[in-house]
Each structure stands twice: as C-alpha cells, then as structure tokens.
Design a binder for this molecule. Structure first.
Ligand code: FAD
Length: 511
C-alpha cells in the first residue's frame, strides 16, 4: 500500500456514479475474491457514501453537499428546476457544473449547458431518478439478454412504480393523457406511472436511490473493495493492447500513484470517459463521436376541474412541502412514430409565475417535459486537446454539435404533442412550449458506444470491452448506441451489469 492507494488490485474502476457502482456491486456479488479499487475524483458528500442529497434532511447541509459536487471551478449560479431556464440562459442544476469553455463552437449549435458532477455518487446523487425502459428502436439489439439485464438494473437501482401512487390527481392526470395518446399503442408503450428509483421507508418518508443503493450492503461489507475519493485518474496504463493499471493523482496532496490492475473500467461520464481514454492514448475512430443529447421541450398546464375533483379534499389537506417536484410522475413512453418521451410531473407550485392572487391546488399544476431522440451523426462529438488543459489538468474538452433538419422536425412535433397533452389536461400555462438550451437533459449518450462489430463506428463490444484492448472496459450513458429519448441511467446500468459479468470472467484467467 502507498498512502490511501493500493499498489495492486484485480480491477480498478474509475468513477463512482451509478454505473461505476454497478461494477462494484456485481463484482462483490459474483466474484467477491477480486480486489477492487473504486477511484473517484470528487469528494465524499454523504453518509453513507454515494447516497442522494435529497435524503439529507437538513436543507443547509444538502445545499453544502450540492456545492461540493460542483467541480474544481464552478463558474455559474445554479437553478432548481429546468422550467426556470428560458432559451439562451446558461445555468447549471444544483450539484452540477458546466463545461466552462468549448461547449459551443461558432456557427454550430453546441451544447451550452453541458454539465457534470464531481462527487462520490456522481450525478446519481442529484438526479430525478426516473427509470423508464427503452422501447421499439430505443432498444439495443446487439446486446443479448437485454430484458434480463433491465430487470437486474431495476433491482440494483431499487426501482418502484408506486412511491407516489397516492399523490392527488395522479390517476386523473394519467386518465386524461391515456385518452389522448394510448390509441394504437402496445401495452408497454401506454401512459403509465413513471418507474422511479425511489421507495418509501417504513415510516412513510421517501428514500431516493443513489450509488449507495446500487452498492448495497454486499459491496459495503466486501473487504476486498476499496473506495478512494478525491482521486483523479489521469491515465490508464496500457501495454501490448492490454490494460495494466492506472495513474492516479491524490487531490488531497497532489501526489501521483500507480496502481497495477488486470482490468480497468472507465465509468467517468459521457464527456470524461472518452477524455480519459484519449489521455491514455486509446483513440479508436469512434471515440467521442455520435454524441447525442435529448433536446428537451417544456410546457405546463393547470388541471381543469381540479377544485371539484374528489382528490381536491386530499390535496387541500396535504401539508406544504409534502408534494415536491416529483409528485405524481407519469410517463408517456417513446414510440418510433412519435420519437420523444414525456415526463409529466405534478407540482405544488407553477414553474411559470401565475397571477399573484392565484394559489393553485397542490398537484393540479402539471409540468410537462418532452425529451427528443437525436438524429445520430458521427460529426456530433466531444473533441480533446493535447496542449490545452481543463481545470483538472486533463485534455480540454470541446463539443462539436448541430441539430439537423430532422432534429428540428422532431422538436416541432414534440411541441405539437406537448400542446395536445396540455390541452387534454386542462388549460395550458404560458403561450408556447419552449426548447431548453441544448445539454439541459443531462443525458449525453454515444461517445463510447457499443457495437456488434469493430467497424469503426463503435468503441466497445456488447460486453463494453474496448475493441482491441484486453481488460479495458467503458461504462455510462456514453456506451448506449441507440438514440434513446427516455432517461438513460437504467439502460446504462443494464449494460454495466453485462460488462461486470465479463470482467469477472476475464479476471478468472489471472487467478
Ligand atoms: P456519473 O453519475 O456522472 O458519475 C461519473 C463519475 O466519474 C463522477 O462522480 C465523476 O466525478 C467521476 N470521474 C470523472 N472523471 C474522473 C477521473 N478522471 N478520475 C476519477 N473519477 C472521475 N438520469 C435518468 O436516467 N433519470 C433521471 O430522472 C435523471 N435526472 C437527472 C437529474 C439531474 C439534476 C441530474 C444531474 C442528472 C439526472 N440524470 C437522470 C442523469 C443521471 O444522473 C446519469 O445518467 C447517471 O448519474 C450516469 O451515471 P454514471 O455512473 O455513468 O456517471
């Protein structure tokens, strides 16, 4: 051992968000004899490590944990709700920090609010926890056993569909949306409660899943697993096309350490996973390419007739703060003929200012967020620079990104559909749906995508192993090769489960 770092492990995992945690969990369950180091550049902000900041009851402590996640050089104020952002504004969500430079190149659309989190638990300590399954062409055909993987991913994330079952008007919202959209849809593509990685504790309070839930006791009790925070992995060491370890900077004292490993998993988010591969000289042609964000259209409506609805009594008795941003979350699933996914959230306040005298019935104001599938192109990419450095001293990131004509059409159709949803619910609030600045979805995909063949259009195989490199794996939303419009974490965790099983098989050869 040298300081906080082991000299040698079987598996080094870079990044402690939900997908890095998945590798730790599956290896703890299926290969507990393997020595594993989980290396995270950000600080530990919660107890237990990796839990969701919303589980911190003290609001000031929660805000402190969010601020500590906002990277080495946070450069802008944060906002609580995507609905507060009008096109053109540049703000990060609490717990995240914006890519300071290079988010948009002149003449391109760029991704003005491309964001990251740097903390144990990654973005999974700050997320909304919506976990819908991909459908139709969102599904990944190259991956065998995809449905079993999704089922296991729900288990690891602790996904439920009933945490908000008793939210006032939730059933009514779904009844009206179903009437508008369900015709002609397969059963699994109809309007339904949004699956959420949230459960109710025995005392009725809500528990939001983060990496802590993914770790589970089996990882926490695994004596062969070490979590090291404030540990920046600067390079994966590769010898003869095989990962042999990592070079890590201890951010607490700037010392540099080398850890030998048989396998390395890079789960460092969709911008920084390709960055680390690039910094390590692993530069397959598809690295950083096929970047896709889900353009997000938002609108709001007031449920008509709410005052006379039987739920109004229950809503009136709801203590302030019991309803929150996620109360009564409903889902209008993606279908190929309408390539967007709708997240419908009942609020206890309007995201758009109403008249001052207007005090809406809790749950009767409905926020609508439609996420669009991108028209995939190799030209949309994350680029890196050998000479310019970011605030961590890693190769600077620049985003090259454009919406195509097809993307503009999809966005126009999403706006039309969201208007229909608002009309079905009652009275639209505000004149027009609006498109949030690109990057707002926080769902960046494709940059280390998997593929069935090593034909230059993918970075890794269906087991997430980087083509042509033994023992080198990638994880996160960047692995997703399809243009999914639904929230991607469940899918990324499913792919990580398959990858972790392959790591366990691969490491058998070393024992
Ligand atoms: P991350 O959670 O981003 O973790 C990556 C980790 O790697 C980070 O902790 C980072 O610090 C670390 N790292 C990076 N580089 C290095 C390095 N060189 N060395 C060491 N460590 C490194 N998704 C959904 O599916 N549903 C939702 O409802 C949803 N809502 C969201 C709402 C908000 C406000 C936010 C912020 C995100 C939301 N997301 C949602 C996105 C979701 O959180 C991410 O999809 C998920 O966290 C990705 O997991 P990950 O493990 O791949 O990456």
């Amino acid at each position: 051992m040298s300081g906080r770092f082991p000299d040698q492990v079987d598996v080094a995992i870079v990044g402690s968000g939900p997908t890095g945690a998945t590798y730790a969990r599956v290896l703890s369950e299926e290969a507990p004899h393997l020595r594993v180091a989980l290396l995270e550049v950000g600080p530990t902000i919660t107890d237990p490590p990796g839990s969701h900041v919303k589980n911190i009851a003290d609001l000031q402590a929660c805000a402190r944990a969010q601020r500590r996640s906002e990277g080495p050089a946070p450069d802008s104020a944060t906002i609580d709700n995507p609905g507060q952002v009008r096109a053109g504004m540049r703000r990060a969500r609490p717990g995240t920090w914006l890519l300071p430079d290079g988010a948009a190149v002149d003449g391109e659309d760029g991704m003005p609010v491309a964001a990251m989190s740097s903390n144990v638990g990654g973005m999974g300590a700050h997320w909304t926890a919506a976990c819908p399954s991909p459908g139709e062409s969102e599904r990944i055909r190259a991956v065998e056993g995809f449905d079993e993987l999704l089922t296991q991913a729900k288990r690891l994330l602790g996904v439920t569909t009933d945490a908000f079952e008793t939210a006032p008007f939730a059933q009514e919202v779904r009844r009206r949306l179903a009437g508008e959209f369900d015709g002609g849809r397969a059963l699994d593509r109809r309007v339904q409660p949004m699956p959420l990685a949230v459960h109710r504790r025995a005392d009725g309070s809500l528990a939001w899943s983060g990496s802590d839930v993914v770790f589970g006791d089996v990882s926490r009790d695994n004596p062969n697993l070490t979590l090291v925070d404030e540990a920046l992995v600067r390079r994966v060491a590769v010898k003869d096309a095989q990962a042999v370890g990592v070079e890590v900077e201890d951010r607490t004292d700037a010392t540099v350490h080398r850890i030998r490993a048989h396998a390395v998993v890079v789960a460092a988010d969709s911008l920084r996973t390709p960055q680390l591969l690039w910094a390590s000289g692993v530069r397959p042609p598809a690295l950083g390419r096929y970047l896709n964000d889900q353009a997000q259209v938002v609108f709001a409506a007031r449920l008509s007739g709410a005052a006379d609805h039987p739920d109004a009594v229950r809503a009136a008795g709801t203590p302030a703060g019991v309803l929150d941003e996620q109360s009564g979350v409903s889902w209008v699933p993606y279908v190929d003929t309408a390539p967007f996914h709708g997240q419908v959230m009942q609020l206890d306040a309007s995201p758009i200012p109403l008249a001052e005298t207007d005090d809406p019935i809790p749950g009767s104001i409905v926020g609508l967020g439609w996420f669009c599938a991108k028209d995939l192109r190799a030209e949309d990419r994350v680029e890196f620079h050998d000479l310019e450095r970011d605030a961590y001293g890693m190769p600077a990131i620049r985003i090259r990104y454009r919406l195509t004509e097809r993307d503009h059409e999809t966005i126009a159709r999403a706006k039309a559909q969201i208007r229909r949803a608002a009309a079905a619910l009652g009275e639209p609030i505000g004149d027009e749906p609006f498109l949030l600045p690109l990057g707002s979805s926080l769902h960046y995909q494709g940059t280390v995508r998997l593929g069935a063949d090593d034909d230059g259009t993918s970075v890794c195989d269906p087991n997430s192993r980087v083509w042509g490199h033994a023992g080198l794996y990638v994880a996160g939303n960047g692995v997703i090769p399809t243009a999914i419009a639904c929230n991607p974490t469940l899918t990324a965790v499913a792919l990580a489960i398959r990858g972790a099983r392959d790591v366990a098989r691969y490491c058998k050869d070393w024992l």
